[in-house]
Design a binder for this molecule. Structure first.
Ligand code: NCD
Length: 334
């Protein structure tokens, strides 16, 4: 099936405005999200607060989160929506309530959209099916983190091309750009969503890490993805480098020689200055300083890590507006 038809068929099973996977978005839809992001970012707070006034959004978090949860929550509040947060601790989830029943409860209380983080890959698809509500995937297991890939895209476009050229995209917007993603690719939903999205906009993606954290099969995630195990070689070809944390909670007994890992894969100022002195440095957080990234790089001039957080607020505002069919998404039928 051609990708456009496939995208429509998959998306139509779920409420319009859902965001479950980057693969459900056409390039035109990515572009529409970026332009709504730019439009809303330029509004005054008085103008913003009218957009979702009187609407209700639930945040349902089964895994810990700092950036994703707070940016969705603050974005929803700044747009005038009422929000409620349910986490696996201190709710009936602790007593064994199912995802379906929790979702139906939130819907009965007036939630019009649910933002879900869950440790099981595919959980947002189940919630969207069972509730019929627009669901935003805020990270599902080792599967996807689509809003992170969109905010990374806005950060990359803004840093490389300027804010004006972050307002829309085509299949060629990242032509000639190599993005290296380094670290625990295997467990990373951030890596998967980025590796599937960025090549569709013309980027070349190099995945980098030791075999235990980066199996050869990662190449099959899609076209435009290559594996380069030598970090210095990958860096020398890159305009953007995204560093990832080793996800200790998902290692399941896997042994790693940390000092060897640091020697081969840490992004420190010596390595950056030698191999890619002007590369943009990204990290989705949480960072483990001194392990995958050094303090000087995390706080240095190449780092766009705090900008990512700010872009997260902006992009998630647009995603909430889209979920509720407001703003420039009002009446959109595709
Ligand atoms: C990531 C996540 O939860 O997938 N963080 C985030 O959302 N910004 C990455 C991680 O946990 O390492």
């Amino acid at each position: 099936m051609p990708r456009a038809t496939q995208t429509t068929a998959l998306q139509s099973k779920y409420a319009r405005g859902s965001l479950l996977s980057v693969n459900h978005l056409s390039v035109a839809e990515v572009s529409a999200i970026l332009s709504e992001t730019a439009r809303v970012a330029a509004l005054s707070s008085a103008e913003r607060t009218c957009i979702l006034r009187g609407r209700t959004i639930a945040l349902l978090f089964y895994e810990s989160s700092t950036r994703t949860r707070t940016s969705f929550e603050l974005a929803a509040k700044s747009l005038g929506a009422t929000t409620t947060l349910v986490s696996d601790k201190s709710s009936s989830i602790e007593k064994g309530e199912s995802l379906k029943d929790t979702g139906l409860t939130l819907r009965a209380l007036g939630a019009e959209s649910i933002i879900l983080r869950h440790s099981a890959s595919g959980a947002p698809f189940v919630l969207a099916r069972e509730t019929g509500l627009p669901v935003l995937n805020a990270g599902d297991g080792m599967h996807e983190h689509p809003s992170q890939a969109l905010l990374d895209l806005r950060t990359i476009l803004t840093r490389l091309h300027g804010a004006n050229r972050a307002e829309s995209v085509t299949e060629h917007s990242l032509a000639g750009i190599t993005v290296t993603i380094t670290g625990d690719i295997f467990h990373s939903r951030v890596a998967r969503s980025n590796a599937m999205l960025l090549p569709r906009l013309g980027a070349r993606v190099l995945l980098c890490g030791p075999p235990g954290l980066l199996p050869e099969e990662a190449r099959d995630l899609g076209p435009g993805i290559e594996i380069e195990r030598d970090f210095d070689r990958a860096l020398a070809e890159s305009q953007v480098v995204m560093m990832l944390r080793i996800q200790k909670e998902r290692l399941a007994g896997m042994e790693l020689d940390l000092s060897h890992y640091i020697q081969s894969y840490q992004l420190n100022s010596g390595r950056l200055t030698t191999a890619a002195p002007s590369a943009v440095v990204l990290h989705p957080g949480p960072m483990i300083r001194g392990l995958e990234i050094s303090d000087e790089v995390a706080d240095g001039r190449n780092s766009a890590i705090e900008e990512q957080v700010a872009h997260g607020f902006a992009v998630r505002s647009a995603l909430l507006i889209r979920a509720l069919g407001a703003g420039s998404f009002e009446g959109v039928t595709a």
